[in-house]
Design a protein around this ligand. Structure first.
Ligand code: ZN
Length: 678
């Protein structure tokens, strides 16, 4: 089969996503390849499709057990022979994989790197007719990265032993990591390298200065109720308190951190993967194992440690390509904490300098004066225009010439020999005669009281931005006292000026991103009916909902409203096997919605009954083929549903009079539950 027919028949796409095709072609041609592409950029397709196009078995090495199991499941749903050897397997599953290998029917074999340590596995791979090695999360081979997996070092040996091409994939690889990958996976021979755009246009970017941060997070979550999200926290304790606060305000939320028992962590991972709309408050320990494509938002309750970490963490949102939102909170304490972490780390000095540089890049993004995305992508070497889809594009920063203020602040620090923190320096600038100032005679400094044009809060914002621009750095040997950096010298000498934001304190007040609907108001009821159908099918299959269809596919269905199987086949993500398995179920939902719903639903618009109507639609969709999915399809007419929606306080007898015995038998209890819930 040609690549385009594989693409449409097996994976259900009419066209490649940007950048995929060249990589696919190179891998099929048997070239050694290294692809650096963003999470959610359609990475897995770049080895799955070649695996089908080539003879023999492709072995896929990944550290992510949940991801492997999901991909195997997804491939099988699409009619592809795939199996995984992981520590999570039952003996039966492992046997089935071995049998398929021996029978020569297996096309993709997923494997955890730990397996390579066993001689038995190596022998098996030698005999199995492996024709391609695909390595996911290739940066795990880097000893400097925090995702280092020692067993990844065995992959180079595997490649030499089998003498087959290798395709390596990663979302995060700076130049140094890239060199390590080439060295260790490809034996130093330069592979064909593809650097794919880092932009994730569906992700909305926003930062806010901390200002009662707990409320900021609660407001952000409240505007996205019912959507799956992650709140990254700087400490274990905060994951627990925030999860509790979210639960108390009516969300389903749980916490996750490295200090929990392995079993408890697995439970959270599993729940998050399967359930729709769960919030996890987590440290960065929550991440590597997460492969949920429909995470709708990621919030940082504390500043991440570097621009790469930020990119990786927000990148977990919206992997299905549907809209996703992010919010990153930061403040002066975060900056101090992150600097200290680097200074007190065990890395050699040159590495520490590089880490400060990566933190600087993130702080530059936090204090940016223009488009965040432009700023972020420029760090990765791209040169895009303004995005129109970030907080600064939507509401441009208010700036002022901060040169004089910055010089005053630098002067206060220098005249006190860089032994003090922002609090004391601000007291000097404001001319506050505190005990500390009097004891040290700082009231006789020329800078004493020169800064009265700004109040304390404004000075705090100025100092924060100075730290953000790396003009002042806390020195851990002086207990966090602020010291001037080389970057500040030109400003002090009058050779450079600097613009600062004046709105970051104000802007933090209750102005979280607006709620964005996934589809237009008109299509929203259909989308929720499609989701209800999906949830029902997923529960039947005991699988996460996105295994059936992801959000992006459902959104396209809701917007394009295919009426026939042929039209359905053109929806992105609907391949031949899924079309056969689920096409009719979803067509019924769409037909039900398109034929009759609109005029009736419109009459109820803006009234409570409208929402009741939508919920009735949802329960009806989930009972369309009866409680076990085996009965004759049945659904009430739109006018009947509209009548039911207005039956506040009705009992079964009353309901039966309106919809008749036949419908009451199938839907009666569920409808009454909806009516009572209102
Ligand atoms: Zn922008």
């Amino acid at each position: 089969m040609s690549t385009t027919s594989l693409l449409s028949d097996v994976f259900g796409f009419d066209a490649f996503r940007p950048g995929q095709e060249e990589i696919v072609d190179a891998v099929i041609a048997g070239e050694n390849t290294l692809a650096i592409m963003p999470t959610g950029g359609g990475k897995s397709l770049c080895f799955q499709l070649p695996a089908l196009a080539r003879n023999g078995v492709t072995v896929v090495i990944s550290p992510l057990i949940a991801l492997m199991r999901d991909q195997v499941r997804g491939l099988r749903e699409a009619g592809v022979e795939a199996g995984a050897l992981t520590s999570g397997n039952t003996p039966e599953e492992t046997d089935a994989v071995w049998q398929a290998l021996e029978a020569g029917t297996l096309k993709l074999l997923y494997m955890a790197p730990e397996r390579l340590a066993s001689g038995g596995t190596m022998n098996m791979l030698r005999r199995a007719g492996i024709s391609l090695i695909a390595v996911d999360e290739a940066h795990c081979v880097s000893q400097w990265g925090h995702d280092f997996r020692p067993d990844y070092l065995r992959i180079g040996e595997l490649k030499r032993t089998l003498g087959v091409p290798l395709a390596a994939f990663t979302a995060t690889a700076d130049a140094e990591t890239r060199e390590e990958i080439v060295e260790k996976l490809f034996g130093g021979q330069q592979p064909s390298t593809f650097l794919r755009g880092f932009d994730r246009p569906n992700i909305h970017l926003a930062f806010a200065v901390k200002d009662s941060p707990r409320n900021q997070i609660l407001n952000f979550a409240a505007a996205r109720k019912g959507q799956s999200g992650i709140v990254y926290c700087g400490t274990r304790a905060k994951t627990e308190t925030l999860a509790k606060a979210l639960s108390e305000t009516g969300h389903r939320a749980c916490h996750y951190h490295g200090g929990m028992e392995a079993e408890d962590r697995r439970i959270v991972e599993r729940r998050f993967q399967q359930e729709d709309g769960l919030i996890v408050c987590a440290t960065v320990a929550f991440g590597m194992g997460i492969d949920k494509p429909d995470i709708r938002w990621v919030a940082h309750a504390d500043l991440p440690k570097s621009i790469e970490a930020y990119y990786q963490e927000i990148g977990r949102a919206g992997r299905d390509g549907a809209p996703a939102e992010t919010l990153t909170l930061f403040g002066p304490d975060d900056i101090r904490y992150r600097r200290q972490q680097i200074d007190e780390g065990l890395a050699p000095p040159e590495r520490r300098a590089a880490d400060h540089g990566r933190l600087n890049a993130l702080l530059g993004l936090a204090e940016a004066l223009r488009c965040r995305r432009q700023n972020l992508l420029e760090y990765f070497g791209e040169t895009p225009g303004p995005c129109g889809h970030c907080d600064l594009c939507e509401k441009p920063a208010e700036v002022f010439d901060g040169t004089t203020a910055v010089r005053m602040a630098l002067s206060a620090a220098l005249r006190t020999e860089e032994w003090f923190g922002a609090g004391h320096l601000i007291d000097i600038l404001l001319g506050n005669a505190t005990d500390k100032i009097q004891q040290r005679g700082h009231d006789s400094l020329p800078t004493y009281g020169v800064g009265k044009d700004y109040d304390k809060r404004q000075w705090q914002a100025i100092f924060r931005q100075m730290m953000g621009h790396d003009l002042l750095r806390p020195d851990r040997e002086r207990h966090g006292a602020l010291r001037m950096t080389e970057h500040a010298r030109p400003i002090l000498r009058g050779e450079a000026t600097i613009e600062l934001r004046k709105d970051t304190i104000k802007a933090a007040r209750g102005s979280g991103p607006k709620v964005r609907m996934l589809v237009s108001e008109e299509d929203a009821p259909l989308l929720s009916a499609l989701k209800a159908k999906r949830r029902y099918l997923a529960e039947q299959a005991n699988a996460p909902a996105y295994i059936i269809f992801n959000d992006r596919t459902l959104i396209e269905m809701a917007e394009k409203r295919p009426m026939t199987l042929d039209e359905m086949a053109h929806i992105g993500g609907v391949g031949a096997k899924k079309l056969e398995n689920y096409g009719r179920d979803f067509l019924e939902v769409i037909a039900g919605a398109t034929e009759e719903v609109h005029p009736m639903r419109r009459k109820l618009a803006g009234r409570d009954e409208g929402a009741v109507y939508d919920r009735l639609m949802q329960v009806q969709a989930s009972l369309n083929r009866g409680p076990h999915g085996a009965d004759k399809p049945m659904s009430c007419s739109a006018s009947m549903l509209a009548k039911v929606a207005q039956l506040r306080g009705a009992d079964m007898e009353h309901l039966t009079r309106v919809i008749g015995d036949k419908y009451a038998e199938r839907f009666g209890d569920a409808f009454l539950e909806v009516l009572e819930g209102n």
